[in-house]
Design a protein around this ligand. Sequence first.
Ligand SMILES: Cc1ncc(COP(=O)(O)O)c(C=O)c1O
Length: 195
Amino acid sequence: MSHFYLFDTLSLHAGQTIDPEFGARATPIYQTTSYVFPDTDTASSIFNLERGGHAYSRITNPTVGVLEQRIAALEGGSAAVCTASGMAATFCAITAILGQGDHIVASTQMYGGNISLMKNTLPRFGITTTFVDPMDIDGFRAAIQDNTRLIYGELIGNPRPRYPGSRGHRLNIRGQSHPFHGGCHVQHTLPVQVF
Ligand SMILES: Cc1ncc(COP(=O)(O)O)c(C=O)c1O
């Protein structure tokens, strides 16, 4: 769908499969925790993640599934995962790719919950962070260590609205002493999501 339709159409319809029973235009809100399966083989293969499908709403839910596909289509991404809060999203994103002994280089100008997560909580799980002024691109480069797996910042800092891109800065991580084999996580909470 994303290859053909423009942003406005995607924002209304991406990810939705029309309800085959009643043809509802709006996505139904499925208020279910659990699901009925045609047989035990189907149930076990969905629970074992051998095939797609919904097993339990804390993991996936058809309504949330539409939202995830819609966001992925709007962002030009391959997939999205929705969580019930921003901090849950941040924690899931970080712990999906980092583990004990890994290191983050993060902006000093971030939402307090993110600072606290990296300063107080993640070190208890063996993940450490070096904080750098987001306008100091060379500082980011210099803070990269052998075990750095993530560079983290907010597109516009909260509460101090610093925007690293405003000076045309680009973080070029090639050619430094420690090769970087990690990810870049940019939080997009403060800017307007849909223009
Ligand atoms: C930049 C930023 N990140 C994360 C959060 C946390 O989001 P939540 O309160 O949904 O956990 C906030 C909340 O204000 C925020 O401003």
